[in-house]
Design a protein around this ligand. Structure first.
Ligand SMILES: C[S@@+](CC[C@H](N)C(=O)[O-])C[C@H]1O[C@@H](n2cnc3c(N)ncnc32)[C@H](O)[C@@H]1O
Length: 284
């Protein structure tokens, strides 16, 4: 019995390592209950005796579909429309007006919403753009949103939400204006907003595909799950992914960039955001 426990604990430890290596999420043993309950569902659906048997299978086999399902089960997809409100106020009053002034000649704006979960965050930004900046209707907006979770991306692409989901963060007026009630009781976002955003799969801790440079990157409420080394690597890559002249980076409210002088922190109302500081590029 004791020996079995030790083997199980050792396997869970190895699974945590595998998870961190492949997804960046750093869990410790206080989260064993989470692993047990979330993997138990996948174990049952795939005819394993229990989650320990599933973990044993994952550890001895090359990375495949079951691994991805198990990793995705460990991610937290919590999100909502206009989450935290203040960053969206700052986008409206400060960041987007500055980007419009900067990009006026080309009339092109490139936006990346990374770790976008089921789409509420990029759709909130799309609604904000349409409600407050009518001139952008005639601009070219390159707007991509990415996540590692296939189920989350599937929902994001469909632009379809339950009543509970749309009531989290949207006003009645916005629901009426931008959503259609489907016969199954779900609400579908209008086609114009849906077509504004391209949803793609992207794992932040693996090689990124070739992408254009962005004027604005939102990467909110995901870096908290990563260790310091992983975060530093991601910040380096984000810096390269921002345009040199005034590219902006917006993080979650409990996240910040420490000790990286190549980003200049900006403060607007209660919100901090970061701009690429080209003069300090060689320092990092
Ligand atoms: C808590 S949600 C945040 C969603 C949204 N950004 C927000 O603030 O409301 C975190 C998201 O990060 C995604 N995620 C976790 N690890 C990731 C990785 N290595 N690469 C890309 N996305 C990841 C999860 O799938 C999840 O959808």
């Amino acid at each position: 019995m004791t020996r079995a426990l030790t083997i199980h604990q050792n396997n869970i430890h190895l699974f945590f390592q595998m998870l961190e290596e492949n997804v960046g999420i750093a869990l410790d043993h206080s989260k064993e209950y989470l692993v047990a309950s979330r993997l138990a569902v996948i174990a049952r659906a795939n005819h394993f005796k229990d989650h320990h048997a599933l973990i044993q299978h994952l550890l001895v086999n090359p990375i495949g579909i079951l691994h991805h399902q198990s990793f995705q089960a460990m991610t937290t997809n919590e999100t909502m429309f206009f989450r935290d409100k203040f960053p969206f106020d700052t986008l409206r009053t400060t960041i987007i007006p500055a980007l419009i002034a900067k990009c006026r000649d080309t009339k092109t704006l490139s936006i990346w919403c990374a770790a976008a979960s089921s789409g509420q965050e990029p759709y909130s930004l799309a609604i904000l753009l349409r409600e407050n900046f009518p001139e952008l209707y005639y601009w070219k907006i390159n707007f991509i949103a990415t996540d590692i979770s296939e189920p989350a991306l599937k929902q994001a692409r469909s632009g379809t939400y339950s009543e509970t989901e749309i009531k989290r963060g949207l006003t009645d007026e916005q629901i009426k204006r931008y959503f259609k009630l489907l016969p199954n009781g779900q609400y579908e976002i209008n086609a114009e907003l849906r077509q504004m955003i391209r949803f793609e799969s992207l794992n932040l801790v693996k090689d990124w595909p070739v992408m254009p440079k962005f004027d604005l990157i939102l990467i909110r409420n995901v870096l908290i799950y990563f260790n310091a080394e992983t975060k530093a690597k991601i910040f380096n890559k984000l810096r390269l992914q921002l345009v040199d002249d005034g590219g902006c980076l917006l993080l979650g409210s409990s996240e910040s960039i420490l000790y990286d002088q190549s980003f200049k922190v900006q403060q607007a109302d209660r919100v901090s955001y970061y701009c690429k500081d080209v003069s300090k590029e060689s320092l990092s």
